[in-house]
Design a protein around this ligand. Structure first.
Ligand code: ACO
Length: 384
């Protein structure tokens, strides 16, 4: 018998459950729109830069020149990361997944920031800004460590340029900066997805921003969330050529395998971010000798849409982001940390917003186990 306070409808995976109010971003899954504080992402991609978009998400309006200067000073991008942290990242990357290195890096920084004992709004804001300001150098350090390369320190105070310069050890071209700027803007925020929710759950206990971001990084690691572009690229490389697409995809679907880079919990139409990235993926792939990869992807898309489009399954952002990052020269292992490089703005903005009207997250589960009371047997009387 179930007691009455354990009755209730289960929303598996919390699907359809509305658990918070926000003014930050709106994912319109029916019309395929993504809106940050009222602005269409297409408009921001055309006219804005990543720091400005982050400011918009965090503070609710586009910055004035003075606001923007102050924000950049607070991010203190010039500072980068310490040699100590680079060395920890290097060691962690040799032993584990790059997302584990990122998780460790955020947590390590938190251990040395005295603010991390505080939970007032001002301290949380300062922590958020310093985490975000360190991300280009942390992710670049992971990128170099994966390849066994040493540290590069860029004096740039531009989020995108600093990341690319410290990743590759050279000045990036205007086109590389343009592509990365776009990729970061479209990944900046996306509703109450698993990693954002994880950060909000943590902050709702009045824990600190480092812990919230550590939780978020941990949940972004999984292949059903941030890890999908890595898997999607792997699949495209295995397929190898457009002519194999139909056969391979049909076989995978027959075996009930999920095709990475397709489908979305909210979008039941074409993901607007994938639409934007597809254009860059094509240009970049042609410029860098990966045209076959792009053509294979387009063929996979055709096959998938013909088979599953009627169920609302279309390419999501992860389908084309892998091609974009590979063509820029990144190893697939760094794709999810690059996702985090953008999403840190959404994690910070949403956790910070939630704290202004905080309520501890505490859902219930429906107990399906034995209600008892069972008779307790001492260990030596229990049968094998
Ligand atoms: N490949 C094959 N079939 C799929 C896929 C897919 N990628 N996605 C959904 N389907 C099928 C389901 O099997 C289901 O079929 P059924 O009706 O026969 O049972 C139907 O389409 C409906 O799908 P759901 O599982 O209900 O979709 P849900 O909203 O739960 O899943 C998810 C969304 C997890 C993203 C899923 O589409 C998936 O696993 N995709 C692959 C992983 C991926 O690309 N993740 C990245 C998401 S975007 C991001 O995090 C940035």
């Amino acid at each position: 018998m179930m007691s009455s306070n354990q009755q209730g409808e289960i929303a598996k995976g919390l699907e359809g459950v509305v658990a918070a109010e926000t003014k930050i971003g709106f994912v319109d899954g029916i019309n395929g729109r993504l809106v940050y504080r009222g602005y269409n992402i297409e408009d921001l991609v055309e006219k804005s830069n990543f720091e400005e978009v982050a400011y918009l998400l965090i503070y609710g309006k586009l910055p004035t020149l003075t606001d923007f200067k102050q924000f950049k000073d607070n991010l203190n991008l010039k500072a980068g990361i310490s040699e100590d942290l680079f060395s920890i990242i290097s060691k962690t990357t040799q032993k584990s997944h790059p997302m584990s290195a990122l998780r460790t890096a955020v947590s390590y920084q938190g251990a040395f920031d005295p603010l991390s004992s505080n939970s007032d709004l001002k301290s949380q804001e300062k922590m958020g800004l310093s985490i975000m300001g360190s991300f280009p150098s942390i992710v670049a350090a992971i990128n170099r460590s994966i390849k066994g390369e040493g540290r590069v320190v860029s004096k740039s105070t531009d989020y995108v340029e600093k990341f690319l310069e410290e990743s590759f050890g050279r000045k990036p071209s205007d086109f590389e900066k343009e592509v990365m700027r776009v990729a970061l803007i479209i990944h900046a925020d996306h509703g109450m997805n698993a990693s954002t929710f994880a950060s909000m759950v943590t902050i709702s206990t009045l824990s600190d921003m480092y812990s919230a971001v550590t939780s978020a990084v941990s949940s972004l690691k999984g292949p059903l969330h941030g890890g999908a572009n890595e898997k999607s690229l792997e699949m495209l490389e295995k397929i190898g050529s457009p002519k194999n697409a139909e056969k391979v995809i049909s076989e995978m679907l027959e075996k009930k395998e999920k095709i990475m880079g397709f489908g979305h919990r909210v979008y039941k139409v074409y993901d607007p971010r994938a639409k934007i990235l597809k254009v860059y993926a094509k240009q970049l792939a042609e410029k860098t000798g990966h045209k076959d990869l792009f053509d294979t992807a387009e063929e996979v898309e055709k096959v998938m849409v013909s088979k599953l489009g009627s169920k609302g399954i279309f390419p999501n952002v992860d389908f084309y982001s892998g091609i974009v990052y590979k063509s820029l020269g990144f190893d697939s292992k760094i794709f999810t940390p690059i996702f985090a490089l953008a999403r840190i703005s959404g994690w910070f903005a949403r956790s910070f917003e939630y704290l202004h009207d905080n309520r501890l997250f505490r859902p219930r589960s429906l107990y399906k186990g034995e209600v008892g009371p069972l008779k307790y047997l001492p260990i030596n009387e229990r049968k094998q």
